[in-house]
Design a protein around this ligand. Structure first.
Ligand SMILES: Nc1ncnc2c1ncn2[C@@H]1O[C@H](COP(=O)(O)OP(=O)(O)OP(=O)(O)O)[C@@H](O)[C@H]1O
Length: 223
């Protein structure tokens, strides 16, 4: 192993995953570089969501290993994984009884920090970037599906985690908003050095990513 891959933000080696004995990932090798957005393409059922879940420690691989910032994810405490990996999940991740702004700030509160003016300004900046400035005080059930999706993107970016895994983050968005979200992910990667992996069917914004990979039947196709 080279020094570069030893410290890659995310490094998957020969990762397999099976649900109830049925293998759906068959030996995934994937290294993400800092500051890059990688799009993960593939037909429905090809394994994109499963790959993201295994990559971020939500699922244990049946075999193979996942390293985040050089450390085996299997050996990391959950709070340390959460500091390294942020998700935009298809199911969403907003807490229903908090406003959109509070949803962004919630993790800092839970971690014991006092919310400062700078924290609020950063949250406001991200909500403006996803065009939700006017809806920061709304609860998620009073947002459209696309607005909830954009709130989830802002929430993931707010964590500042060095690895961001996004599952179809533009699925409910029109072309302009979908491209705006992808551009935001790309800017975030460039500005913070984060590695971003985006599972997507959305070919309208692929010119904004650094690299595309395709998965078919649980195997990554050669680039
Ligand atoms: N919890 C589960 N239990 C059993 N099988 C599952 C489970 N989740 C996914 N699968 C199966 O694993 C395979 C990969 O599913 P996955 O959701 O990872 O694909 P995907 O590429 O993300 O699909 P989509 O684009 O439709 O979201 C599919 O055959 C699916 O039916």
């Amino acid at each position: 192993m080279t020094a570069a891959t030893a410290t890659a933000p995310l490094d998957l080696r020969d990762v397999h995953h099976a649900y109830g004995g049925v293998e759906v990932l068959h030996g995934i090798d994937l290294v993400l570089k800092p500051g890059e957005v990688t799009a993960l393409l593939g037909p429905s059922g090809s394994g994109k969501t499963t790959l993201l879940a295994v990559a971020g420690g939500l699922l244990r691989p049946t075999s193979g290993r996942v390293r985040v910032l050089g450390e085996d994810i299997a050996g990391l405490r959950l709070d340390r994984v959460a500091r390294r990996v942020a998700f935009v999940l298809q199911a969403g991740s907003l807490i229903p009884y908090l406003t959109v702004e509070e949803n962004l700030l919630a993790r800092r509160v839970v971690a014991g920090y006092k919310i400062t003016r700078a924290d609020r300004a950063r949250a406001a900046g991200l909500l403006a970037a996803v065009d939700l400035a006017a809806k920061a005080r709304r609860h998620p059930d009073r947002l459209s599906g696309g607005e909830r999706q954009r709130a989830c993107v802002a929430q993931a970016l707010y964590t500042g985690a060095p690895v961001l895994l996004a599952d179809e983050p533009t699925a409910s968005l029109d072309r302009v908003r979908g491209r705006a979200v992808m551009r935001l992910l790309a800017e975030h990667a460039r500005e913070t050095g984060a590695s971003v992996l985006v599972a997507t069917h959305d070919e309208r914004a692929l010119d904004l990513v650094d690299r595309t990979l395709t998965i078919e039947d649980g195997r990554l196709l050669p680039p």
